[in-house]
Write a protein that binds this ligand. Structure first.
Ligand SMILES: NC(=O)c1ccc[n+]([C@@H]2O[C@H](COP(=O)([O-])OP(=O)(O)OC[C@H]3O[C@@H](n4cnc5c(N)ncnc54)[C@H](O)[C@@H]3O)[C@@H](O)[C@H]2O)c1
Length: 450
């Protein structure tokens, strides 16, 4: 496919890998992070693709002017700022990247919950003010509690996965049937309201979820509960939440999103503070963060990678009939060492390996002239990186399409170890051979090392 004629307009800045990898694939990248929406509308006919975070709403007027648009990529979880129905009617591909920040949201929600229940924020402030009040900061334990999740999609599932190991019961409720899994039992909203000690919202903002958490909804919970919202602020009537905090029905609230946020999520309201917001600012059992649950260094990169992968799939569709390339080379050799530091020094001194704390990277070029690398690394003797394999070594193979290969291997009955992971040097997955040797499969982005 000739991507030279495909012009992409980047409307927000993102991780540089997004730009670099699209360029490598042959797309023509342009950026405009500052013009007004009207100015963008005046030139958007010239573009086939848009990459946007949340800068403005993409509505019918905008789409009518984007006469050559083939895709809109939203570098974030959802597409609520886009008139999706209208875009689809114009055959525009819509791309989002919830896989990129779901882990971040899951961890943030757990962090907020533990901090609230253990009064960490209050205790920290109190100690810093010169106090040492232990009884006043006695915490609550999560163990034995029932956690209710409303909206069991990417984020809800990630939160439930993180709760494994806390010995909690996890319930989920969703408008879709059969979404429950090994991490959460799907129940009706009524059952969730009867049993829940902790409520975490993971729903999108829709007409049905707008102002969902109101007085009536809160009062339908049988027990007092902790409340976490990392979804959308407008799903909550803050004044009703405040009433429940005052009455003790809500024991504490962790809010990453607020009713008062602007659509771009970059600002709060302008003007006078609503009374309920002032209460939240002063309440000790309320923990606030500025819409950063999905905003980590890792997700910055993962979001960009997911977007590139999805754009690539549109323009370079995988030929299902073509034979899947499996291993394309040796990616690395890893082994356990009693004193890895000493060994690294020895190999450096006597065999001339250019080593750093991780070992040595051998650079080479493939037959198309691309930069490639192979890694040699001693690991600490007690490393858990090779587990469940008991062996002293681990092989790493280079592959070209990790996700497709893992899927194929799964169908073939090969043991897959854990979920695949994405880093700035590529994607990694793990399998076992019949003797229990762990094999790392690596879809590299070698140029990232340069
Ligand atoms: N704070 C952050 O930084 C951050 C980051 C990522 C996502 N989010 C937000 O998290 C929320 C969830 O995102 P996601 O990627 O998991 O979405 P998703 O579409 O994967 O999952 C949402 C789930 O909610 C369900 N749902 C929809 N309406 C419902 C209703 N009325 N009652 C019960 N269930 C309902 C859907 O069926 C779906 O299963 C969104 O609001 C998203 O914008 C926030």
């Amino acid at each position: 496919m000739n991507t030279k004629n495909i012009k992409i307009l980047h409307l927000d800045s993102n991780h540089p890998l997004l730009w670099e990898q699209l360029e490598k694939l042959g797309f023509e990248n342009h950026q405009d992070y500052t013009s007004s929406k009207e100015e963008i509308e005046a030139k958007i006919y010239d573009y086939q693709g848009i990459v946007i975070r949340s800068r403005f709403k993409i509505n019918q007027t905008f789409l009518d002017k984007a006469t050559n648009l083939q895709f809109i990529a939203r570098v974030g979880a959802g597409l609520e700022s886009i008139d999706c129905e209208y875009a689809i009617s114009k055959n525009i591909h819509l791309i989002a990247a919830p896989e990129g920040n779901s882990n971040a949201v899951g961890e943030h929600a757990v962090g907020m919950l533990l901090s609230l229940m253990n009064k960490l924020n209050q205790a920290n402030q109190s100690v810093k003010n010169g106090n040492w009040l232990r009884e006043g900061h006695r915490g609550h334990e999560l163990e034995g509690k029932t956690v209710g999740i409303i909206g069991y999609g990417n984020m809800g599932k990630s939160f439930a996965k993180k709760l494994k190991g806390f010995d909690v019961k996890v319930l989920c409720c969703d408008i879709l049937p059969n979404v429950g899994d090994q991490n959460a039992k799907q129940v009706t909203l009524e059952e969730l309201q009867q049993k829940t000690d902790v409520l975490s919202l993971h729903i999108p903002w829709t007409p049905e979820t707008d102002k969902m958490v109101n007085e009536q909804f809160i009062n339908a919970f049988v027990k007092p509960f902790w409340f976490i919202n990392t979804a959308r602020g407008k799903s909550v009537i803050t004044a009703d939440l405040v009433k429940a905090l005052q009455s003790g029905k809500i024991l504490g609230a962790g809010l990453d999103v607020l009713e008062y946020e602007k659509l771009s999520f970059e600002k709060l309201f302008e003007g006078e503070k609503p009374e309920a917001f002032t209460y939240l600012l002063e309440a000790e059992n309320v923990l606030l963060s500025p819409h950063i649950a999905g905003w980590t260094f890792e997700s910055h990169q993962k979001l960009a990678q997911v977007i590139v992968d999805k754009i690539k799939k549109i323009y370079f569709p995988i030929d299902e009939t073509a034979e899947l390339k499996r291993v394309t080379g040796i990616g690395g050799f890893f082994f356990k060492a009693n004193d890895s530091k000493r060994l690294v020094e020895w190999y450096g001194k006597h065999l001339g390996l250019k080593t750093d704390q991780y070992g040595s990277t051998f650079w080479w070029k493939d037959k198309e002239g691309n930069d490639c690398s192979t890694q040699w690394s001693p690991f600490a003797a007690d490393t858990t990186y090779f587990s469940p394999s008991e062996k002293q070594f681990m092989q790493n193979f280079r592959v070209e399409n990790l996700e497709a290969l893992l899927e194929k291997l799964k169908q073939e009955g090969v043991t897959i170890v854990g979920d695949f992971e994405t880093y700035d040097y590529g994607k990694f997955g793990w399998i076992l051979d019949p003797e229990g040797n762990k094999i790392e499969l690596w879809e590299p982005i070698d140029s990232a090392f340069q």
